[in-house]
Design a protein around this ligand. Sequence first.
Ligand code: AMP
Ligand code: GLY
Length: 427
Amino acid sequence: MKVLVIGSGGREHALVWKIARSEHLSALHAAPGSKAIGRLATCHPDVKANDLERIVALAQQESIDLVVVGPEDPLVAGLSDRLREVGVATFGPSAAAAQLEGSKAFSKAFMARHGIPTAAYEDFDDAAAAHAYVDGLGRPCVVKADGLAAGKGVAMCADAEAAHTAIDEMMADKRFGAAGDRVVIEEWLKGEEASYYAICDGERIVTLAAAQDHKRALDGDQGENTGGMGAYSPAPVVSEAVEKKILERVVHPTIHGMKADGHPYQGVLFVGLMIDEAGDPAVIEFNVRFGDPETQPLMVRMEGDLLPILDAAARGTLDPSTALGWGEAAVCIVLASGGYPRSYETGKAISGLGALEGNDGLVVFHAGTSGSAGGDDFATAGGRVLGITARGADVAEARARAYAAVEGVSFEGMHLRRDIADRALGR
Ligand code: AMP
Ligand code: GLY
């Protein structure tokens, strides 16, 4: 099978790393890819992830059998539809189905219609009405920009004043552009977060596993929201009983509901959940692609061959009895540039990577690096730079291995959290 992976970050490096090990693979391409991905795949650096026309042309030119789309933007823009129109099998939902992530108002209305548990909410495209609603609410709430805002369009508001400020930033100041023309205001849920993944072919699913990321920049969940500073899998909060509820109340109704509504969901469904004290799940958000960094521990944990499952999902021939096989645990520590998620410098030489090569059960995924592809010769090129990902017999062992590996790696301004997976150990 000839495969093309779209994207360039740590998630895509992890997908490429996993797909490269498949016995069904004959050629692996990435667009745009990265220097690190270039060790495993033929990269096309001029073909950007949002350039739908050039991706379609590349897929045809290289006679690609399957395109695997990493990020959400091209999915929301209709990349899968375009590729399918020209007969290229594609792993990733249609633009219509990608609205589950692309529009919070869409996903909230969908959940309400199909009885899927989620925070109570109202949505507004009129700022005065949003302000009036907040005045009448009298309790903490969460204000969300409707459209895509790279994970930043969410304001946790302890009181009405904070909510008024958030509404102003989104609707009047247009901090997130058109994404904030409409806002969703919802109940602030309490509990423990986890994310759950299922691969879907429009009708059937193969479940992956639960994972948990750490969104805040600093230890103890302090500081600003980031794309994710680390992740681990499994997530102990998702016990067998909780997983059963997630499947019965959320995943299956979502897949049936999307089909019934005329937008069969095909791709990976990534559900962000709040699990309350009784172990009952509520949906915080849907994502229509793999999580980053969660995909890094998921790929390192997964024993089975992912590629035939992605292909079957794309073709509508998924066998729900497929068992992927999971190693015990994996933990990913993100090394970020100083200043991330705000402004940061790039071009800092990274040392210590060569020594980690050939280290069994440890994989260094590159989220934002540049430089020549040999040995230690990488420099920083993004906010999140590396994902040091280790496998272990349990989360504690994987965590210890990942942090031991981190000790040898450095670059100017390097920033990391020291408490990744602590919550899993404290249980
Ligand atoms: P989202 O982009 O919708 O996933 O929101 C980002 C983060 O904000 C989530 O991972 C949660 O930590 C938090 N969050 C969003 N909505 C809620 C909610 N209704 N209750 C509590 N926390 C929330
Ligand atoms: N790590 C969260 C996300 O990928 O959205």
